[in-house]
Design a protein around this ligand. Structure first.
Ligand SMILES: NC(=O)c1ccc[n+]([C@@H]2O[C@H](COP(=O)([O-])OP(=O)(O)OC[C@H]3O[C@@H](n4cnc5c(N)ncnc54)[C@H](OP(=O)(O)O)[C@@H]3O)[C@@H](O)[C@H]2O)c1
Length: 347
């Protein structure tokens, strides 16, 4: 473990320098890792663990996703099983079904969580809101979490490029007395960048806040507001899209991703710097009350309940597709389609 200074706050983090892959092998040498679900996180974690030499099997129901397992080289009856059979064979049961799917299959898999086994999550959702999800694990098993801070697709791509996605980790229940070491070993096994410690409660709340906030919800709201104002004042779609989205994703975001916001500001025009410095605090003050509202809605379980109710409806996928189609068909994102075709690399 290493002590690192995050802007004056000291945090303990773990990387493969402090906890080697060899050590992870030693800790998990007697474990059969059963990855249940092969959506987005499932393939990333299962393939990285397999490539890192761990003993991994996959549990997936028949259908389209099962075909994806076959394509990735999982062998029926050897490394690929129906969900319940994988839970029976596994000693670490990784719940990588959708959060709504985890609630639906819980009664079926619970009998296989026998003493000494480990229940693993990549989100604090099911456990933190257990009064709503009904997921209450038996007391004689370890319950642990490694939560990648990004998509399972990125976890896999970055692993293949020799890089690592940062992950948080937590122990909810330590029946073996060895749960933390097992958790860190698992994080190293899936190819984490650095691992930082959290709790199921803190992970669930920050994650739901982040995705509703600056990572996804707020950014779409900000884009729409600016694009609409520019269009209402007579600017062309091309101009409005470039000033709202394209310049950010293609030019500015990589700069502050690499070297920080002040560096990006320092490398813009003096006109841009002055205006951005003046307007940043105004946006902060305007947005803060909405952020507080969002955090409260997450903390009280309101957002979790909405996710449970909406995502478990049988026509959830159809309704989602309609909402995404509406987003895709907005003038702003249609302008984006055209702008992308005009990028030199696409010509
Ligand atoms: N998406 C990410 O990159 C990401 C990032 C960090 C953490 N996480 C966490 O990782 C976990 C997995 O997320 P995910 O996004 O990978 O999930 P996902 O893609 O939505 O999960 C889909 C998987 O769940 C199965 N499934 C769904 N409902 C089911 C049911 N009722 N019975 C049986 N199987 C069912 C699907 O099988 P079918 O295809 O057959 O329906 C598929 O294997 C979640 O806890 C999530 O919060 C995800």
């Amino acid at each position: 473990m290493a002590e690192m200074n995050f802007g004056g706050v000291i945090e303990t983090v773990v990387t493969s320098k402090e906890f080697s892959l060899e050590k992870a092998h030693e800790v998990l040498k007697n474990e059969t890792i059963a990855v249940i679900g092969y959506g987005i996180q499932g393939p990333g974690q299962a393939c990285n663990l397999r490539d890192n030499g761990f003993n991994v099997i996959v549990g997936q129901r028949e259908g389209k996703t099962y075909e994806k397992c076959l394509k990735d080289g999982w062998v029926p009856g050897k490394t690929l099983f129906p969900i319940e059979e994988a839970c029976k064979k596994g000693t670490i049961i990784c719940m990588l079904l959708s959060d709504a799917g985890q609630i639906a299959v819980w009664p079926k898999i619970k009998p296989y969580l026998t003493a000494g086994k480990t229940l693993y999550y990549s989100h604090g959702f099911a456990i933190n809101w257990q009064d709503r999800t009904g997921v209450v694990p038996p007391s004689d098993i370890d319950v642990i979490m490694v939560a990648p801070k990004g998509s399972g697709t990125s976890l896999r791509t970055m692993f293949c490029e020799g890089r690592g996605l940062n992950c948080s980790y937590a122990v909810y229940q330590d029946a073996s007395g060895n749960a933390e070491e097992k958790t860190i070993a698992f994080g190293i096994g899936i190819g984490a960048g650095y691992l930082f410690k959290t709790t199921f409660q803190r992970e669930a709340t920050s994650d739901l806040t982040g995705e509703r906030g600056s990572l996804m919800g707020a950014i779409e709201g900000l884009f729409e507001a600016q694009y609409d104002v520019l269009r209402a004042h007579g600017h062309s779609p091309s101009e409005a899209f470039n000033e709202t989205v394209e310049e950010l994703t293609q030019s500015l975001m990589p700069l502050f991703g690499e070297k920080g916001m002040d560096w990006m500001y320092a490398n813009c025009s003096t006109t841009a710097q002055r205006g951005a410095l003046d307007w940043a605090p105004r946006f902060r003050e305007a947005i803060k009350p909405v952020m507080e509202w969002l955090y409260l809605s997450v903390k009280t379980g309101n957002e979790a309940q909405i996710a449970i109710d909406k995502n478990s409806q049988p026509d959830y996928r159809d309704k989602l597709n309609k909402e995404l189609e509406d987003m895709r068909n907005k003038e702003m994102w249609q302008a984006g389609v055209t702008v992308r075709t005009l990028r030199p690399e696409n010509n």
